[in-house]
Write a protein that binds this ligand. Structure first.
Ligand code: COA
Length: 384
C-alpha cells in the first residue's frame, strides 16, 4: 500500500509555516508591527486614503488615477442595490438567524442572480468582486432592519461606502466623524495576508469555481470564533468588568487563572498591532464626541496592565480590542461586528482569489493515513 504514513512526511498542524501562494497584495512584519498593502504602509492609507480607494488598490494593484477612482466609486454605487429576487428571499429568512449566516447565504445567492455568470475573463472577475463588496452593506442593513420590523432602506448614491452603510442601518445620515471612523476601520480590515478565510476562498476558487462560491466559503470560515468575533467578546468582557475600578482585579485574576484576555495577542504580531494603534486614536475621538469615555478608559487601563504583565511575551492589543469599542459607539449591534469585518475584507478576499486564479493550480494537499489497512469485508448479516 502506498498510503502516506507518519514519519514519511512532515505534518504541519494547522498548516503553520506552510507557504501556499506567492502574493504581491500585502505584507505583515509581525516582529516590528508593520502592515503594508501593495507597498503602502497601513498608516499612510489610514491617513490619506478612503475605503473605496484602498479597495481599488488592493484589487487592481495600483492607486487609481482620478478617472479610475470616479469610475470605481460609481461601480460600487451602481451595484449596491439588491436584486428584487434577493430581497424576496431575505424577507423569508428566520429573523433570529445570525447575520453571518444571512450574508453567507446572500452572497451564494448572488451566483443565481448574476447577469454574466458564464463570463470568466479577468474583467468579469473584477466585476463580480465589486458587486459582492457593493452589496454586502446593503444585505447586512436590510436584514438588520427587517428583524427590527422596519422597512429596508435603499442605498443613497450621494453617500460614500461607509456613510451609506450607517445610513441604511439607521435611516439617518451619519455625522462626519462617525463616517470617517468607520471608513478607517474598513481600510484597516480590508486585507491581512494568508489567513484562514482568505485561504478557504482561494481553495474554492482554485478548482476554477466562481467568485461568489469562493467568497461564500470565506464568509463561512470567518464566522468561526477563532477567526472573526473577538471584538464581540471584548465588549462582553467590558460588560463583565463593569467599571474602571474593577479592571485591575479582573485582569489580574484572569491572568492568574491562565485565561486569555480578549483583544490581546496575535499569531503573527508579536509587537503592537499597527491597526490597533491607529484605531485607538479614532476610538478616543469617537467616544469623546459621543460623550462616553467609560469603555475607552477601561480599555486603556486593561492595555496598561496587560503590557506591564505580559508585554514581554509579545502580547499587545490587536485590532479587535478597539474595533469593538468603535462599532459599539457607532451604534452597530454586536452580532453585526463580524459582518462588518466581512464587508471590509471582501475586497482582500477577492484580490487574493483573482491573483491566484491568474496562475492557478488546484489546491490538493495530502493527509497522513493512520487508519487500518487490508480489513476483511464481511457481508452485513455477519457483522455484530
Ligand atoms: C490570537 C491568539 C489566538 C494567538 O494565539 P497563539 O499565537 O496560538 O498564542 P498562544 O495561545 O500560543 O499564546 C502564547 C502565550 O501567550 C499567552 N497569551 C496569548 N494570548 C493571550 C491573551 N489574549 N491573554 C493572555 N495571555 C495570552 C498564552 O497564554 C501563552 O502563554 P504561555 O506561553 O505562558 O503558555 C491568542 O492570542 C488569543 O486567543 N487571543 C485572544 C483572542 C483574540 O483577541 N483574537 C483576535 C485575534 S486578531
Amino acid at each position: 500500500m502506498g498510503c502516506l504514513t507518519a514519519g514519511e512526511q512532515k505534518y504541519s498542524r494547522g498548516l503553520e509555516g506552510v507557504i501556499a501562494a506567492i502574493s504581491s497584495i500585502s505584507c505583515i512584519d509581525g516582529e516590528e508591527g508593520h502592515l503594508i498593502y501593495r507597498g503602502y504602509p497601513i498608516e499612510v492609507l489610514a491617513k490619506y486614503s478612503t475605503y473605496e480607494e484602498t479597495a481599488f488598490l488592493l484589487l487592481k494593484g495600483h492607486l487609481p488615477n482620478k478617472k479610475e477612482y470616479e469610475e470605481f466609486k460609481q461601480q460600487l454605487k451602481e451595484n449596491a442595490k439588491l436584486h428584487p429576487g434577493m430581497i424576496d428571499v431575505i424577507t423569508k429568512f428566520m429573523m433570529d438567524a445570525h447575520p453571518m449566516d444571512v450574508i453567507r447565504s446572500m452572497v451564494s445567492l448572488m451566483g443565481v442572480f448574476c447577469p454574466d455568470k458564464k463570463e470568466h475573463t479577468l474583467e468579469a472577475k473584477y466585476q463580480k468582486a465589486i458587486r459582492v463588496t457593493a452589496k454586502l452593506p446593503t444585505m447586512i442593513a436590510a436584514f438588520h432592519r427587517l428583524r427590527e420590523g422596519k422597512e429596508i432602506i435603499d442605498p443613497d448614491p450621494n453617500l460614500n461606502y461607509a456613510e451609506n452603510f450607517l445610513y441604511m442601518m439607521t435611516g439617518e445620515k451619519p455625522d462626519e466623524l462617525s463616517a470617517k471612523v468607520l471608513d478607517i476601520a474598513l481600510i484597516l480590515h480590508a486585507e491581512h495576508g494568508m489567513n484562514a478565510s482568505t485561504f478557504s476562498g482561494m481553495v474554492t476558487a482554485s478548482s476554477l469555481s466562481d467568485i461568489y462560491s469562493a467568497i461564500t466559503s470565506a464568509i463561512g470560515t470567518l464566522k468561526g470564533p477563532l477567526h472573526g468575533g473577538a471584538n464581540e467578546r471584548v465588549m462582553h468582557m467590558l460588560d463583565e468588568i463593569g467599571s474602571l475600578e474593577n479592571v485591575k482585579s479582573y485582569i489580574e485574576n484572569a491572568l492568574a487563572e491562565k485565561k486569555k484576555i480578549m483583544g490581546f495577542g496575535h499569531r503573527v504580531y508579536k509587537a503592537y498591532d499597527p491597526r490597533a494603534k491607529i484605531l485607538k486614536d479614532w476610538a478616543y475621538k469617537l467616544c469623546e464626541m459621543k460623550g462616553d469615555l467609560m469603555h475607552f478608559k477601561m480599555g486603556e487601563e486593561i492595555e496598561k496592565i496587560m503590557i506591564e504583565k505580559v508585554g514581554k511575551k509579545g502580547i499587545y492589543p490587536n485590532v479587535d480590542f478597539y474595533s469593538g469599542l468603535v462599532y459599539t459607539h457607532l451604534g452597530i449591534p454586536r452580532d453585526i461586528f463580524t459582518p462588518v469585518f466581512a464587508m471590509a475584507r471582501s475586497i482582500g478576499w477577492s484580490a487574493h482569489i483573482v491573483e491566484y486564479m491568474e496562475a492557478n493550480r488546484i489546491y490538493r494537499p495530502r493527509a497522513i493515513y493512520n487508519g487500518p489497512i487490508d480489513l476483511e469485508y464481511k457481508p452485513i448479516e455477519e457483522r455484530e
